[in-house]
Design a protein around this ligand. Sequence first.
Ligand SMILES: Cc1ncc(COP(=O)(O)O)c(C=O)c1O
Length: 390
Amino acid sequence: MPNDNFETIAIRLQTERSQYKEHSVPLYLTSSYKFDDAEEMRALFANEKEGNVYSRYANPNTTELIEKMAALEGAQTGWVTATGMAALFTTFAAFLAAGDHVLSSRSVFGSTHQLLNNIFPKWNISYSYADLDKKEQWENGIQENTKMIFVETPSNPGIDIIDLEWIGALAKKHGILLVVDNCFATPYLQQPLKYGADLSIHSATKFIDGQGRTLGGIILGSDELIRQIEGFARHSGPAMSPFNAWILSKSLETLAVRMDRHCENALKVANFLEAREEIKQVRYPFLPSHPQYDIAKKQMKQGGGIVTLVINGGGAAAGRFMDRLKMFSISANLGDTRSIATHPATSTHSKLTEEQRLEVGIEQGTVRLSIGLEHIDDIIADISQALQVD
Ligand SMILES: Cc1ncc(COP(=O)(O)O)c(C=O)c1O
């Protein structure tokens, strides 16, 4: 690469092109590859030679996406999967065995809760939770069999934040693998590996795609750790399709400009909401009222595109607010060009009990806003009219 500026890597890093000299990345819709002869087949399967074999393992589109994402996030390499949850499942399954324990942030995406609470215990893998802002819970939560520390920062939907440098040092001191779900920040805003994380995971479905089109998951880390992921993923099959990798590779070309605008719009929305008396609480990393504002400023380039609010009046007020929105979509996705409102208690986190939800700060009045790329005046006008009480 001519230089290491984020935008230039995202646009210019590319794998080898074919004899047609495609300018943009072509799409390789092929499930398998031919070998020149029996000896080449043997050498490729024996890992004595590099090359494409079968698209469950790798494909030029997934390879280009991995190389770009690794360069953008300061990782040696990576692996891609069909969805963000497949990336999380693959990572847990590749590193954890019966008898191991995971110490996880309490505030995590709903399906991640389900993996830890209901799925991995079936294989005798246990978990416990710690609050992102309570250092003593992390220090005291480490057990003899703790194999992995897992954090989501900023968290979904609470926008809680942990000091990555601090948790990186703690994990290192105890020789425990630190895995960070970096979905809300993207590599443009936060690069966890630089603070001591071993693996950084993305749901590429969100801001990386950025246009609400496709699902995808990405895992980034060292050659050694990703080889372990590969060992599990090649044979268990959570592969990303070449088509989705092609979309996501193209999406990365515009990630920086999109994120700049998402963040600019979201900060304006957060400031607007904070001044409104209908709102009990606003959570946004770059609002000075955020309890971990200083940490957010230290480790994030900007605050991201998600603003979470708690409206006075509980579930009824949240429902009324959402139903009155004219432009915002009501949807469970986030990170789209379109602004989206989600009610976590009845959607993404509906499988938790009310008590578990309250523990992670999700009230019936909590609404998660994914701030899109429409004109900021229209975004604020829509929120403002939806807050009016007749
Ligand atoms: C923080 C976080 N991690 C993981 C996921 C799961 O990603 P996917 O829907 O691509 O499986 C999501 C989805 O919303 C998320 O918000």
